[in-house]
Design a protein around this ligand. Sequence first.
Ligand SMILES: Nc1nc2c(c(=O)[nH]1)N[C@H]1C(S)=C(S)[C@@H](COP(=O)(O)OP(=O)(O)OC[C@H]3O[C@@H](n4cnc5c(N)ncnc54)[C@H](O)[C@@H]3O)O[C@H]1N2
Ligand code: MOO
Length: 391
Amino acid sequence: MISYQKALNIVLSKSKSFGLEEIDLEDALGRVLAEDIVAPRDFPPFNRSAMDGIALRFEDLETGIREFKCLETVFAGAENKFEIQTGECYKIMTGAAVPKNADVVIRIEDVATDLDMMSLLKHDFKIYQNIALMGQDLKKNTVAIQKRSFINPATVGMLASLGKSRILVERLPSVNIITTGDEIIGLHQKPFPFQIFNSNAYTLRALLMEDLIKPEKYTHIKDDRTSLKSAIEKHLNTDILILTGGVSAGDADYIPEIMTDLGVEKLFHKVSIKPGKPIWCGIKGSTLIFALPGNPFSAMVTFKLFVDSFIKKSLGIKPSEFLKLPINFDRSKTSSLDEFFPVINNGVCLDKVAMNGSGDIRLGNSANALAVQEAQTLKLEKGNLVSFLLW
Ligand SMILES: Nc1nc2c(c(=O)[nH]1)N[C@H]1C(S)=C(S)[C@@H](COP(=O)(O)OP(=O)(O)OC[C@H]3O[C@@H](n4cnc5c(N)ncnc54)[C@H](O)[C@@H]3O)O[C@H]1N2
Ligand code: MOO
């Protein structure tokens, strides 16, 4: 048995890019950029009026002129072909290109209009006021968004402003899922009292979907050595293979020995954590195999701690970091394992979530964080600072 940190380091040391692909900008949210995006022109690309008002010359204001003849109205989208002379102004709309020579925009609320004459109602001015200057946000040919950036809604908007309709991103890993167990049935079957529905298949799919990954194949196999071996062999063709069940000490827990038979290199079996202690992890060629414990909460926690961390590191996404807050209840343990438990992080402290161990189907569903009571801490008291991950 190895420690959580050792097991995590082993998993992370296997991280790698899954390759690159070009996608439409519409599909870019949540992906990781695989190219530097260079600004193809200055932004703004022209001196842009930030207000509806009048555009004029600062020089005129300095010489005391307060009344201007309005020549025309410049709308957004009109070509900037106008030149301005002393005592002249243009009416201008927000988003329009400021006429040449003009270096001040006065908002329309601060102007009195009499036919084509505009007189100023305020007398404090600054050069370039209400003008977003060409190139002030980004200069042409500079890197606007760096390779390996995580694409959030703001990045999508920025890519659109830069005119990028297709982008190069990190490819998501291909994943196969195999659940195991004689007692497990599909959701459309009628259960005998000793049977249970296959929740792990759905939980794992949902967890993967949070990372935008759709499993290639999903298979359920009964606890039969031969069928398990041939199913695993067939599914060793993706970047990641996730199994659940059959990894502890039961008579039908065949997974570790089947992996050896199939020539999968074992990276570790058993980690000093609860839930999830029996997790098995190995590698064959370019496939990383996570055999997660069958208990629903163990599968969920070990996915978050190991599979999700591997995916995020491989894609170049910042991993979730442990934060600390005071706990709002007492908690004792007798094991010498790091114990993970669901909590509600209310921003001030960590509230308790009802859970009866790793087989509890509630999966801490009202929780938004996973706290840890470290191996050496047998008792946590209300008010103690506790580490937790957001989830
Ligand atoms: N003698 C020992 N027994 C057990 C140990 C141990 O160290 N020594 N470890 C316990 C721990 S901790 C866990 S966790 C479980 C893990 O067992 P397996 O990974 O071998 O999983 P199974 O025995 O197949 O199933 C465990 C539990 O989970 C339910 N299950 C399985 N698959 C699904 C699924 N797809 N959907 C919903 N529920 C599922 C299954 O019915 C069992 O109740 O072992 C302990 N035992
Ligand atoms: O890992 Mo087990 O998950 O403690 O039940």
